[in-house]
Design a protein around this ligand. Structure first.
Ligand code: ADP
Length: 215
């Protein structure tokens, strides 16, 4: 859906998208990664491909450690869906330090629960290129077909209304403590994720440009 973009320059660290399911992490992570020409690492997608739903901590950590050691991550990368717990965040911090990389820049997608339900029940993802649509807010030109590559648009099994509430509760319990964890470290940037996709994008791109080269 986004126009093909040339990398705008160098990203010099990891960027983490933190926010509840449906807040727009995947959508914005893809834009940012394309813009800077760095990998977009979605642990959710990686796990869904390999083992189905949530993998055990050890598997996720191993997968992440292996992935960020590849040369394409040397200029930075964008994380969406990781870390999910304070323990994972501490592990990531150590991993980055061990590789001589800067600490991450964390974008907190702030949004209320009501909007999330609409976004999650309406979410459809291209089976081929991973482009993210929403049948209410970002529909494809032709129903069920990706605008970019003609791929089939599918609904994730965990986007059914019965399971969404449980996922939001899990986020509040396990992942939302990361907001304070990163805030105390001075690494957190808050974005109003209830705005439109281009508005949120603009804010994020400006924020990321402003930290490049710092620390
Ligand atoms: P997450 O990765 O945080 O779970 P996604 O990026 O997959 O979230 O977005 C969830 C759904 O909401 C998708 O259907 C997407 O098209 C839609 N969406 C994302 N950002 C916005 C926005 N700013 N306004 C309206 N809909 C959005």
């Amino acid at each position: 859906m986004a126009l093909e973009q040339r990398p705008v320059g160098k990203l010099d660290r990891a960027v983490i998208f933190l926010g509840p399911p449906g807040s727009g992490k995947g959508t914005q992570a893809k834009v940012l990664a394309d813009k800077y020409g760095v990998p977009h690492l979605s642990t959710g997608d990686m796990l869904r491909e390999h083992v189905g739903e949530l993998g055990p901590d050890s598997l996720v950590l191993k997968m992440v450690a292996e992935r960020i050691e590849r040369p394409d991550c040397s200029r930075g990368f964008v994380f969406d869906g990781f870390p999910r717990t304070v323990a994972q965040a501490k592990y990531l911090g150590e991993l980055l330090r061990a590789h001589g990389l800067r600490q991450p820049f964390v974008i907190h997608m702030v949004i209320g629960h009501t909007l999330l339900i609409r976004r999650l029940t309406g979410r459809r993802t291209c089976k081929v290129g991973g482009e993210i649509y929403n049948i209410y807010d970002r529909p494809p030109k032709v129903e069920g077909i990706c605008d970019n590559d003609g791929g089939e648009l599918i609904q994730r099994p965990d986007d059914r209304e019965e399971v969404i509430r449980a996922r939001l509760l899990a986020y509040d319990k396990q992942t939302s403590p990361l907001v304070n964890f990163y805030r105390r470290l001075g690494l957190l940037y808050e974005v109003d994720a209830s705005k439109s996709v281009p508005e949120v994008e603009q804010e994020i791109v400006q924020a990321v440009a402003s930290i490049r080269g710092a620390r």
